[in-house]
Every structure is written in C-alpha cells, then in structure tokens.
Design a protein around this ligand. Structure first.
Ligand code: NAP
Length: 264
C-alpha cells in the first residue's frame, strides 16, 4: 500500500500525521503556492504534476495504490484531475473534505455562486470590506474600485493587487474570535467577502460578523465530479483498511478461500 495525499489544507496535514503514526507508507504533495509550507511527517513533493496525464504517470511511476484528495474545496482543477487520473491509473480515490458552513440565527449572508457574482453583489456605495478569498482572484474586484479592501493573505503579494484602495494584513489560520473581532473593529469593516471553505480554522470571522451584525457575501463551492467523499481522517483510515482488504467473494466462488479463484 502506498498513499498519495494531495494537500494544502489542515485536514491533509492531519491525515499525514495519522498515516505516519500508523507507519502507513505515503507521499504528500503541495502545489507550491505558499513560500513556507508546513513540514509534513511524510516524504513531500512540491509543484504541479502536469495535468491529468502527468498525475496518472506519477501515480504509476511511484507505485501509488490509493489517492486521497485532501485539497481545499475551491481547488477545482486538481480535484477534477485527481478523479480522471485515478481512473486512468486504475486506483481508488477518496476526497477528504470539510462540510460547508451553514448560516445560523443572527447571520446575514448573501450566498453567491462564484467570484463574478460576489463582485456583482458590491454595486452599492463605498464600503470597507474584508476580502478574505486568498490572492488568486483579487483582480476581479478591480471592477469595484470604490470600495476599500482589507486583504488577509498568507504571503505578501509579489505585485501590488490592482485595487486602488486596499491594505494587506499577513496572517495564516487558524484564526481566533478575539483576533478577528479586533481586526474587524480596528479596520472599521462593514462587510465580509469569503469562500465557503468550511472547517474550524477560518470560521472565527463568521462568528465575529454575527456578533458585530456585519453582512457576509458567501461564495459557495464549485461543483465537482462524482467521487467518494468523507469528512474525517478516521473515515479515510477505515476506507484504506477496507480498500486494501481482499475483496469479498462474488456469488459463484467458494466460501472457503475467496482469493483462490482470482489467483491472488
Ligand atoms: P487548482 O486551481 O485546483 O489547481 C491548479 C493546479 O495546481 C493544478 O492543476 C495542479 O497543477 C496544481 N496543484 C493544485 N494542488 C496541488 C497539489 N496539492 N499538489 C500538486 N499540484 C497541485 O488549485 P488552487 O486553487 O490553485 O490550490 C492550490 C493549492 O492550495 C491546493 O493544494 C489547495 O489545497 C490549496 N488551497 C487552495 C485554496 C483555494 O481557495 N483555492 C485555499 C487554501 C488552500 P498540474 O495540473 O500541473 O498538476
């Protein structure tokens, strides 16, 4: 058995720890988006594979028997590639994801389907906005230059974002309620724009928004191809045990030794 974890999330790191603890052989993969990725207790590679074909080739070359897609729910391309590459390589795939956040009493959310719809939702008068969407799609908000954007990023941007009024704060989760309340108050934030990432690491801003009565524009997740999906590390470990056990016998084979007929 050899597992490849597609990482970049807290859950992926937790799974890497669980595999290492159990001495289950595995590799960890980062896209290479942040300058100093969290060290992992598994051999780690960094960078794209070169699309579906590149990933399928990697799986075969490294004798990967199980693929775990533990990437962020908004990492749409790699998740699509993982489904296709696992199929090409003939190995099982599971996605380890977090359930999406759902609004609670006292929340004032506007759910939108994508970044463009979030931009469209900002047609009102100038506001001070916490734009907590990472750095990849900031340019889309240049279409709404009247707002002041507070950008929370892991690394300083290489080039200044094309937003005439903005400020960058460098920080990485997990974030705390006290910290996010202080941030929102200090910068006089009037609205939050974020992705429905789910999980606990970035939920503090939503609790803070509820406490302060701030509206939230919630960008919902992209649709992904059908795949097996679980929400806990334990469920992945159970799946691995199940997937690597000898398959239950078909109707016609003898009960005594199901493997004999398959020549395994
Ligand atoms: P993406 O748009 O789905 O992927 C773009 C390309 O990056 C993929 O086609 C693949 O390149 C490469 N890639 C992505 N994840 C990879 C991984 N774990 N290992 C190796 N290559 C990977 O992904 P993204 O939205 O840029 O996210 C990149 C990474 O940041 C992911 O690991 C994700 O978990 C993490 N992340 C993303 C977000 C977000 O909001 N999107 C938030 C937090 C963390 P090739 O086609 O060349 O293989």
């Amino acid at each position: 058995m050899k597992i490849l974890i597609l990482g970049g999330t807290t859950e992926a790191s937790a799974l890497a720890g669980a595999l290492a603890e159990r001495s289950i052989p595995g590799l960890f993969s980062y896209a290479g988006r942040v300058a100093t990725p969290k060290p992992q207790p598994l051999p780690t590679r960094v960078g794209g594979f070169g699309g579906v074909a590149g990933l399928a080739e990697f799986l075969a070359e490294h004798g990967i028997t199980h693929l775990v897609d533990a990437t962020h729910p908004f990492a749409e391309r790699i998740s699509q590639n993982a489904v296709a590459a696992a199929r090409l390589a003939g190995i099982p795939l599971i996605a380890l994801t977090r359930p999406p956040w759902v609004p609670q009493a006292g929340d004032n959310w506007t759910s939108v389907a994508n970044i463009e719809a979030a931009v469209a939702a900002l047609s009102g008068p100038p506001e001070r906005i916490l734009l907590a969407i990472g750095r990849q799609h900031l340019a889309a908000f240049a279409a709404r230059p009247r707002h002041h954007y507070l950008l929370r990023l892991v690394d300083a941007p290489e080039a200044p974002p094309p937003l005439p009024r903005h400020r960058v704060v460098l920080d990485r989760g997990p974030f705390t309620l006290a910290g996010d309340l202080a941030l929102l108050r200090e910068h006089g934030i009037q609205r939050i724009i974020c992705k429905n990432a789910g999980g606990s690491g970035a939920i503090a801003k939503l609790t803070a928004a509820r406490e302060l009565g701030l509206p939230v524009v919630m960008i919902e997740r992209p649709a992904l191809p059908e795949r097996r999906e679980v929400h806990s590390v334990e469920a992945v470990i159970t799946w691995l045990a199940h997937e690597s056990a000898p398959e239950p016998d078909s109707e016609s084979a003898p009960e005594s030794d199901p493997r004999t007929d398959r020549g395994v």
